[in-house]
Design a protein. Sequence first.
Length: 376
Amino acid sequence: MTYIAGQRLAVSVAAGATGAALADLLVARIKGQPDLPVTAEVRADSGDDDTHADVVLSAKFTGALSAVDVRWNYYAGETTPYGIITAFKAASGKNGNPDISASIAGMGDLQYKYIVMPYTDEPNLNLLRTELQERWGPVNQADGFAVTVLSGTYGDISTFGVSRNDHLISCMGIAGAPEPSYLYAATLCAVASQALSIDPARPLQTLTLPGRMPPAVGDRFTWSERNALLFDGISTFNVNDGGEMQIERMITMYRTNKYGDSDPSYLNVNTIATLSYLRYSLRTRITQKFPNYKLASDGTRFATGQAVVTPSVIKTELLALFEEWENAGLVEDFDTFKEELYVARNKDDKDRLDVLCGPNLINQFRIFAAQVQFIL
């Protein structure tokens, strides 16, 4: 059974068929699958009896993603018919990845909460990182987060992880991936974005990646390797007993602060997603409830019904909002939040109200540590 980019290509082989005939059948099968990322042609047989022939595959895309996985047999029980001898030659001639500058410019001011990033080269990742950081700024507030996947050896993926330090990008590493990395990235992004949109603080472990083919058992990272990759900023997966890929731990690529010291502040994807929602709900609460109000200092005597807001009114509103966050399981420790909440009119701009708040984000149950001290 032939697999190209994870797609199963079954070809019926008649008894006594020659290698050249089999090559023609395989090429016809490939041409009948327009979604495959390759084209195919038969190279002229180099023998006199048509016993063998070469099938030449050409990638439809340029760049690093032009490397496509090709293999015989994937699932248990699949075998190559007796008498057929196959050999693969690795792809060559890969070019550089396309420049995503035009794609970023095309995003304009629209908000894209979750972005699938197919490329893992440094120039494109740096462009995306800069764009995401600007979107997270106080002026834009068009928060976004990117998801990518790198397929390679353990060493390649580890080296890549420690070369980055991006708190708005998550990368999962896969060795021996049967399918193109961008398919894993798209599925991971879809699963994570759906779950985080429902509850940004709920951890993502055990969520399956539907439709994605896990690497062969011998290609999968061991527990020790996966644990080490997490310290390198690489997200990990495991495979359940049903053969489904599932998220084991999804983290950002952020590892160290500006001094190069280890910093877990933005390690968890849930932290980014929760902060994004809190800022959004804080902004919309104020703009919806006080869209065109006047601003006065506390103690000002104005008639009931006047559209006037004061620092104490806003403080009360923010405390009520915190209780809603707490009820939704997003934050904890109301008393500290109330004690530290600062709301005051700006000294230089009397039309401006300054707020400083420090919500304590709820955490995720990831580790259960128990010791059994038995007695006989």
